[in-house]
Design a protein around this ligand. Structure first.
Ligand SMILES: C[S@@+](CC[C@H](N)C(=O)[O-])C[C@H]1O[C@@H](n2cnc3c(N)ncnc32)[C@H](O)[C@@H]1O
Length: 278
């Protein structure tokens, strides 16, 4: 079987189970052949060897069962950096880049700021910021030791030596006070939300996704406790659901944050809320 035949066969096989069958087929084949997509276009007649064919079929079968591409390849790009991911980490989303962008543009010229990324997962937010601001002091925490292990590996790969990882249930083990910025993309989906039973999300850790009856339990907790760890004028920045703007704004108000502002993601949904302590 050659590259062209492999792609055709795979696209057909995945057509029913995946909304992105052609792209999935390409990504999996580049993974199996350890090449880039230009190679697939340049060498359509090149044959796969027996091992490559069998690995490809195995991955296609898993994809047909719904397993996300990122878990099959173990990789997802975020902020133009490759992040390792596995079943213990959320797969970083493009929307979350809005949050990184917001912080980098708002705190452009200052040096040596301290930042805590709560619920770091694969480390995407903390490492992207650390990569862009090597002089800043970054802390990244999660209550999943397995996720932190992946985050540490990602930090090593990108040589972000300014990140310290902390295993903590939200603020429990955080000793750093006087932080300039606390950032979080916490779980924020309502526990009965049907999306949790659909698509790629089914395979991601539920503890990374759902948060109480209306998805606000962790955001409420973070808003309430962040103040004790921020310096005066320190900033809390939270990612939330597209329909949670009002709830999150009222939570920021209730806890006395000022200069509250919102940012939209690339699809025009309000996904980021930020505010200053006092
Ligand atoms: C939505 S994921 C975000 C992961 C990563 N920051 C990203 O944007 O890709 C939420 C993260 O919060 C972590 N988390 C959930 N409950 C937590 C808790 N009580 N304490 C600390 N981290 C928690 C999960 O393990 C998960 O990694």
């Amino acid at each position: 079987m050659n590259i062209q035949q492999a792609l055709q066969q795979a696209s057909q096989k995945l057509a029913e189970s995946s909304p992105s069958a052609v792209l999935d087929a390409q990504v999996l084949l580049t993974f199996v052949l350890q090449c880039n997509s230009a190679h697939l276009l340049a060498w359509p007649e090149k044959n796969l060897n027996h091992e490559q064919q069998s690995l490809y079929q195995q991955l296609l079968q898993q994809r047909q069962q719904g397993i996300p591409i990122a878990y099959l390849t173990g990789l997802r790009e975020f902020w133009s950096l490759n992040f390792s991911v596995n079943h213990s980490t959320l797969i970083p989303r493009p929307e979350t880049e809005t949050l990184v962008e917001y912080i980098l543009s708002k705190f452009n010229n200052e040096d040596k700021l301290s930042v805590l990324d709560l619920g770091t997962g694969s480390g995407a937010i903390a490492i992207a910021i650390a990569y862009e601001r090597p002089d800043w002091i970054i802390y990244a925490s999660d209550n999943s030791a397995e996720a932190l292990e992946v985050a540490r590996q990602n930090s090593d790969i990108h040589q972000t030596h300014n990140v310290t990882f902390i295993n903590s249930n939200w603020f429990e083990k955080i000793e750093q006070g006087d932080l300039d910025i606390i950032v979080s993309n916490p779980p924020y989906i309502a526990q009965a939300d049907l999306h949790l039973q659909q698509g790629d999300v089914r395979f991601e850790p539920q503890s990374a996704l759902s948060s109480g009856e209306i998805g606000m339990d962790d955001i409420e907790h973070i808003c309430l406790h962040a103040k004790a760890f921020l310096k005066a004028d320190g900033c809390l920045v939270i990612e939330h659901g597209y329909d949670q703007k009002k709830l999150v704004a009222s939570c920021f108000h209730k806890n006395g944050y000022s200069e509250i502002e919102h940012k939209q993601d690339m699809s025009g949904h309000t996904r980021i809320t930020a505010g200053k302590k006092y």
